[in-house]
Write a protein that binds this ligand. Structure first.
Ligand code: ATP
Ligand code: MG
Length: 450
């Protein structure tokens, strides 16, 4: 098979960095993900340079560079670009299947490429300098695999996954994001090595999960993770959902329903994607009575466990678990205005748009037809009405505050102030017209005096 002679258009800033290293007598290449992306015709989001120069030598060439000590990477600012310049290296001794305990520099580009994970990530490009043609260095058939749309480990797959178990998740991530197949030998090695993923740190799992969830169709990642035996190791809660039947038009078990819901959430909203994936994660445990009774509360706790295990930040955990806990609401047209306000109060006004987006995805993931969507739209309209009417949805929306309570009733700070505010809030929820300073002061005297 003949292959087109590759050419990569490297930004002038990056070319300049390479040229300065070469002029100082070193080798320098553009490497890794940016070569892969450029060959696919996609604009790389960052450009990495590998060089035979040691970190000290790199810093001699670029006086104002920033040295990232631990990994010996030097960040060079050139024009609009921040370019990571890294000395050729071999990573040795993966004692814990996590990260190398030692980094050894080498002056061989080939050695540096051979420690990389997949053939498509193990290519280097020498930019043409001074009118010369550029050159692709591709010792492992990365270009061929890119064209064939295959994710293939460099070297012996089993050894590579034993060195670093994260590569198994990266294989799934690349396959999903690029729409590639995992080469059968590489896939077999993942199946055999899946148990090693239990040693991975939560932070590293989180990073890969986040990238998988950004894919246009993230369900593919979770199906692959499950088929390869990785899901049972990193997220047994979700694997278990495969065995929980679910009578939905588009899904016969909770796992399939969760994935269909996930795909129906917007790709640019990580919180909604996680909520879609985990909204029914409480179902396997509550299946006993066949009704998934209170699965939203069990699900909230399980989602929290998983997200904390993966070291997601506090805000993400809070927002996702809040959505999971509140995802079971059943609107009926008989709801009174005060019922609508109570619903808003319970969910929190700021969470309403996300909760509705989740429900919409949940409906799509159930194959539900119009009536349910109409009900959702009807409730949305009624919520908007309440917002327009400027009702109070939280204590801070009241026309008075705790200071007013203390002054008016002449009482000291303490729990009693809170109780009176709560009571006023209750009354206002039932009747928003009460939310004026005058009416509330009057009411307060009634309540407080008693
Ligand atoms: P992305 O588009 O997410 O940045 P990437 O391939 O550039 O993808 P990085 O994590 O930025 O991924 O890593 C840059 C390069 O370093 C990779 O292309 C690959 O050559 C190498 N690499 C990264 N992680 C590993 C790993 N765990 N094992 C082996 N090589 C790796
Ligand atoms: Mg990268």
């Amino acid at each position: 098979m003949t292959r087109t002679v590759p050419h990569i258009q490297v930004p002038a800033d990056v070319e300049r960095v390479v040229a300065r290293l070469v002029a100082a007598g070193h080798e320098a290449f553009v490497v890794g993900g940016c070569v892969r992306d450029a060959l696919r015709g996609v604009d790389p989001h960052d450009w990495d340079v590998a060089t035979s120069a040691t970190p000290d030598e790199i810093q001699q060439v670029f006086r104002h560079s920033l040295y990232l000590n631990r990994f010996g990477t030097v960040v060079v600012r050139q024009g609009d670009h921040e370019i990571e310049v890294t000395t050729y290296r071999i990573e040795a001794d993966y004692a814990d299947h996590r990260h190398p305990t030692a980094v050894t520099f080498t002056d061989s580009l080939h050695e540096d490429l051979s420690r990389r994970d997949f053939t498509m990530n193990a290519m280097a490009w020498r930019p043409g300098i001074g009118g010369q043609l550029g050159e692709l260095v591709d010792p492992f058939g990365g270009q061929r695999d890119l064209e064939a749309r295959v994710v293939r480990a460099v070297g012996e797959p089993r050894e590579r996954f034993a060195e670093d178990a994260l590569r198994m998740l990266r294989a799934v991530r690349f396959a999903t994001r690029l729409g590639f197949m995992i080469d059968p030998r590489t896939a077999d090695a993942i199946r055999d090595s899946a148990a090693l993923a239990r040693n991975l740190s939560g932070e590293r799992i989180q990073q890969e999960m986040t990238k998988m969830l950004e894919a246009p169709k993230p369900s593919e990642a979770f199906r692959l993770l499950s088929d390869l035996g990785l899901l049972a190791v990193i997220c047994p809660e979700l694997e278990e959902a495969k065995g929980t039947p679910q009578d939905k038009a588009v899904a016969q078990n909770v796992f399939e329903h969760s994935l269909a819901t996930l795909d129906a959430t917007p790709a640019d909203d990580l919180v909604l994607r996680l909520a879609g994936l985990f909204h029914d994660i409480g179902k396997p445990a509550t299946f006993a009575d066949g009704h998934f009774h209170q699965h939203e509360f069990v699900g909230e706790a399980k989602a929290r466990d998983i997200l904390r295990r993966w070291r997601f930040d506090k805000e993400t955990v809070t927002r996702v678990t809040h959505l999971v806990r509140n995802h079971m609401f059943w609107y009926q047209s008989e709801w009174t205005p005060s019922a609508v306000r109570r619903f808003i109060r319970k969910v929190g006004l700021e969470n309403i748009p996300a909760l509705f987006a989740l429900r919409k995805a949940d409906n799509i993931g159930s194959g539900a037809r119009s009536p349910r969507m109409y009900a959702l739209e009807a409730l949305w309209e009624r919520v908007q009405e309440e917002i327009r009417a400027a009702s109070a949805f939280s204590l801070k929306d009241l026309a008075i505050d705790g200071n007013d309570v203390m002054t008016e009733l002449g009482i000291p700070p303490g729990p009693r102030v809170g109780r009176i505010l709560d009571e006023l809030f209750e009354r206002v929820t039932d009747d928003p017209k009460l939310n004026t300073r005058e009416r509330l002061l009057e009411l307060m005297r009634d309540i407080g005096g008693g």
